[in-house]
Design a protein. Sequence first.
Length: 98
Amino acid sequence: MEERIPEDKKQERVESLDHWKLEDDKFIVKRYRFKDFLKGVEFVNAVAEYSEDIQHHPFISIDYKMVTMKLTSWNAKGLTELDIECAHKYDEFYKRMS
């Protein structure tokens, strides 16, 4: 099981991410904007395939051209380094697709 990021390190780890925000002290959240709905769905499909491979699944919301990603580690009851790694990976997908 992944260990939670210590409270005194959490903000520093979130700030290492590009435009991700800490929410309710246990989630990181980011909204991605796409040129159209299909590009957003293409991004979600890439995220889904990667997430399934590593068995770590985000909350995903699609609203036309906007995709919202929300990450936490339920088994650790908060943020872990795996959440941070996933956020970096999702940003890589976005850069390739936009």
